[in-house]
Design a protein around this ligand. Structure first.
Ligand SMILES: [Zn+2]
Length: 533
């Protein structure tokens, strides 16, 4: 049994159990000890005492090593130390109250979870410690020296979102997070780079404080703009462009729709919970009353700002109401997916089915609204109000968000859009707006460009994108031109910041696990040292 506890340099006595705790007597096997001051050996014992050291548990029992530690005289006349305590074996550190293997095991746990959880888990395996001890354990872990880094990935992350940011450094070749710096202004990065002149390649976000820091300290390092960020930035520009075009896009859909069918206003930012009533009908009345009130106040000369304030609604909503003549039944539109069933409803209605049958059949295929809301939405349908209309082109009552349109532009094949309603809208938008087709082509070809390795196509791509004439995309192209070398490298080389992105996510999860209260240094330690997270 003794063999189970073996510690190098230490002789163990016979273990015995007292109160579910295993006690193992121990002493050093050495006859003499080295003075920590002058390193001279001494065998003159002054006295001895027992040190209690916690060891790894056995079964459900705590284990303590009861080490007889001796004090020696230093007989070196030149040494100022008279008496010293021996430090036996490699497993026991001076002043420590546990064996090294125990500390290491606990540290590995505490690195992966919060101090509170760590203390709880340690308690479960018979190694009880307090959360504050757990925290100290991680604090005392040394951060290993950073190996030579050839390819460095840099990205920023939010320490306190919108308030303070940090910089994450990743060794792209070994795929390890190697350091965490405070700020993203490049100041700390410059300091770091000065100590790492060996860096040959840096992957990073678009031209930023990072790129100027790298150019300043390591002018010969090759800079690579990150492909992921380039694509994201293009998507953002396209989204902005679509927002800019949104009104025209809406109107173009309206052109060949029957006159009764207006595009429903988007009042989704007016939350239904703000309303006093819970019933669907009441909700509508509520919105209607608010709408009328806005109209009335506008007529009386109220400003958007003052109306918004007195009615406690967003200025955008007031502004939108001001442009509308009637309020459509939006309270219902917000809550159900009626629009997706327009096709079925119209087909069945034209086949002469009654509304109860139609309601049953759309409910079976997934309509989420109730009977009343269905009637409410269907009652003003042009096919009902005007018996002349027997069939309708697919009616689009509402354009989806600019965000969605931007996302669908990334589809090479629009017929792959799963949502029937949205697919139809996209196809009809494409028919009427050549700009969408151009945008889609540029998005898809940019992706190809980044995935290929021929940067000679880049100029042509930038020229074509510029020629579309959209301000937002021209800004994007201007950005590319200002960082052209790094953008070309993004196409030519295979280095990518993709895994830095992964490391940023890992960092976020570690931060969350500490409930966002982590000090910077603790977070840094965990990010560099954690194995599991
Ligand atoms: Zn000495």
């Amino acid at each position: 049994m003794k063999a189970l506890f073996s510690l190098s340099g230490i002789r163990l006595g016979t273990p015995h159990i007292i109160d579910f705790k295993i006690h193992v007597p121990a002493r050093s096997i050495q006859k003499s000890a080295k003075c920590p001051c002058c390193a001279k050996k001494s065998k003159y014992i002054h006295s001895s005492y027992v040190r209690i050291l916690r060891d790894l548990p056995m079964s459900t029992h705590c284990v303590s090593i009861n080490l007889t530690a001796r004090k020696f005289f230093c007989r070196n006349p030149d040494c100022k130390r008279r008496i010293f305590t021996e430090q036996p074996g490699d497993e026991i550190k001076a002043y420590s109250r546990m064996t090294n293997r125990t500390r290491q095991r606990l540290q590995s746990i505490f690195l992966e979870v919060s101090a509170r959880k760590g203390a709880y888990i340690a308690g479960l395996i018979s190694l009880p410690v307090s959360p504050s001890t757990a925290l100290r354990f991680v604090d005392s872990l040394p951060i290993p020296l950073i190996d030579k880094v050839r390819v460095l990935g840099i990205d920023d992350w939010a320490y306190r979102k919108g308030l303070s940011y940090g910089t994450l450094l990743v060794n792209i070749e070994t795929r390890q997070a190697i350091d965490l710096l405070e700020g993203r202004d490049g100041v700390a990065l410059k300091r770091w780079l000065k100590q790492h002149p060996e860096v040959e390649t840096v992957t990073r976000d678009r031209a930023s404080s990072y790129s100027s820091a790298v150019s300043a300290i390591l002018p010969n390092a090759e800079q690579v703009a990150d492909r992921f960020h380039l694509l994201t930035n293009l998507s953002d520009s396209v989204y902005d462009a679509i927002r800019h075009e949104y009104r025209d896009l809406s109107n173009s859909l309206l052109e060949d729709s029957p006159p009764q069918v207006a595009i429903a206003p988007d009042i989704s930012d007016e939350e239904p919970t703000k309303g006093p009533g819970k019933e669907k009908g009441e909700m509508n009345d509520y919105f209607k009353a608010r709408f009328d009130k806005v109209k009335e106040m506008l007529k009386d000369g109220g400003s958007v700002k003052s109306i918004a304030k007195s009615l406690q609604m967003s200025r955008n909503t007031v502004r939108r109401y001001s442009k509308m003549d009637i309020l459509l039944n939006k309270g219902i539109h917000v809550r159900n997916n009626y629009n997706e069933y327009q096709e079925i409803i119209e087909r069945e209605f034209s086949e002469g089915k009654n509304i109860t049958t139609i309601f049953d059949s759309i409910t079976k295929t997934g309509f989420k609204g109730g009977r009343t809301s269905f009637y409410e939405q269907f009652k003003d349908h042009p096919m009902r109000t005007n018996p002349e209309i027997k069939t309708l082109p697919v009616v689009k009552q509402r354009l989806m968000s600019p965000q969605k349109i931007a996302r669908y532009l990334r589809f090479a094949d629009l017929s792959k859009i799963e949502n029937n309603f949205e697919r139809e809208i996209m196809i009809s938008l494409f028919r009427k707006n050549t700009i969408l087709e151009k945008l889609q082509l540029q998005i898809l070809s940019f992706k190809d460009l980044l995935l290929g390795n021929d940067d000679s196509l880049l100029d042509d791509w930038m020229n074509k994108t510029w020629a579309i004439g959209t301000f937002q995309l021209q800004t994007f192209v201007r950005g590319l031109r200002s960082d052209i070398k790094a953008v070309r490298n993004a196409i030519k080389t295979n280095w990518s910041n993709g895994q830095v992105e992964g490391q940023v996510n890992r960092l976020k999860s570690i931060k969350r696990q500490m409930y966002g209260r982590a000090g910077f240094e603790l977070l840094r330690r965990k990010v560099i040292l954690s194995k599991a997270g």
